[in-house]
Design a protein around this ligand. Sequence first.
Ligand SMILES: [Zn+2]
Length: 276
Amino acid sequence: MTRDGWELVKVCITALIAIIVVLSCYLYRSKLHIARLEDSLSLAQAKVQDLRKIEEINNRQKVEISRLNDEAERLKNKIEDLEKLSKQVQALAEKALGIDLSYKRSQRSYSSRGRDTSLEEIRKKIDKLDNTVEIQKDSLNQVRSQLEILYEWRYSVPSGKPVPGHISSGFGYRRRSFHTGIDIRSNIGTSVKATANGIVSYAGWKGGYGFTVIVRHNFGFSTLYAHLSKISVNIGKRVERGDIIGYTGMTGYTTGPHLHYEVRINDKPVDPKDFL
Ligand SMILES: [Zn+2]
């Protein structure tokens, strides 16, 4: 080979080496770039994952908040019912005990004061309040049933005179017969009032009693009103203390206008004076 030939070969080899070096650099830079892109991509993927998690948490919180709202609404209704029940019990207590129980109560606020409370704390407060409401409801219901019995008793036991007037004949033996009630002197046509709440069990003619009304009350009590001129109730009618059941007269065996009044316990006559 000539000298020129060697020179050409050397130039070619140098050029080839230069090309290889440039290509290598280019490839290396591309590789670095790809690696950076891969890093960015996995970062972005991680961010997307995070966002998804946040979204999930948000959705869960939304559901929880909506559930808590429903719970709070339900509780509000329960508290309103409790207040109604409390008012009913108070009214019943006033009727059963015959006293005025009205007093100014301080308005209790059931609303949560803290603004930064967590959902979990709100949940706990709602549960606690719910429990308190249930306990109060139970106690009020117990008191109510006791008061209902007391109320029944108060209005089932005969009390007061069925007509105004003097007692002309008392309960017990008089001469040979036993007087099973009391006689109250009264002008004909005076209204006769039931002395306790109950149901009319007899209304009509009853031998020597003349026109008679019998009212059955709770706890074994009954009252009898005799010698009436007129009866204004029918059998089965529910009457309350003070309701007019008829008018005084002198029907049956009687010497003058009066009301024969009896109080019976389990059908056994007792002295009505103890119930006036
Ligand atoms: Zn009599």
